[in-house]
Design a protein around this ligand. Sequence first.
Ligand code: URA
Length: 266
Amino acid sequence: MSSCGRGDAATRRALAEWVAYLREIGVRDLAAAAPRPVGERAAPAPARPSAPPAKEPARRASRPELFSLADSASGGPSDPVARLREIREEIGDCRRCRLHERRTQIVFGVGNPSAGLMFVGEGPGAEEDARGEPFVGRAGKKLDEMIRSVGLERGDVYIANVVKCRPPDNRTPEADEASTCSPFLFAQIEAIRPRVIVALGAPAAKTLLGSRLGITQIRGTWGSFRGIPVMPTFHPAYLLRAYTQENRRKVWEDLKAARLKLDEGP
Ligand code: URA
């Protein structure tokens, strides 16, 4: 083999390792050009959903502490891929809380690292635990529908959970589990800096907004996490359980408001 051939093989190996690594931190699609600016959509969206203007953001009390990773990634603090890689490395083979005992794997997050819209769920279920990707089970299919209903694809947005390990029997994460794991979610949000976040269900809304109110009370009202507008709505698993016309309409209204906010631009 010529030295050129050896070089090609080494380059291919290095590239394969890099792609495998990107997959591990949740990047599924690589753009041929530079990453899209935050908020820009991958594909032209269908007609804007018709919805009344979003309500003004409500003031929320809680601002959880900043995650303290140094801004030392090779791409600098504004390189979301490098930041996500650092965060995944920081999580490591996490044993910080009891959820590690029964997990198959850590479910970090998935999607566009420069997404304008981010969805935050509660924690991985059985299928997510098996596949290492959030929202791939029944609730995930419903979430995909929700995303498509506002003219976006799963690959346009970023999806993560409050806790990265599956709670046994899909129970709600305990407060200490959520508070141990949420700094990693906050760091993901800081890395991606989405323009809009949709909080799916009560644990996500509570973690991001610090609200003690139930999801039925706060859904559809804007909150804010470190200056980023947050729209709480029903979790897709709840929607599957309580599949009424009224609940579907409410989620649709919330998603339309989120989409309109995204389209407003920075
Ligand atoms: N429910 C969640 O909250 N997150 C997932 O990843 C899957 C189901």
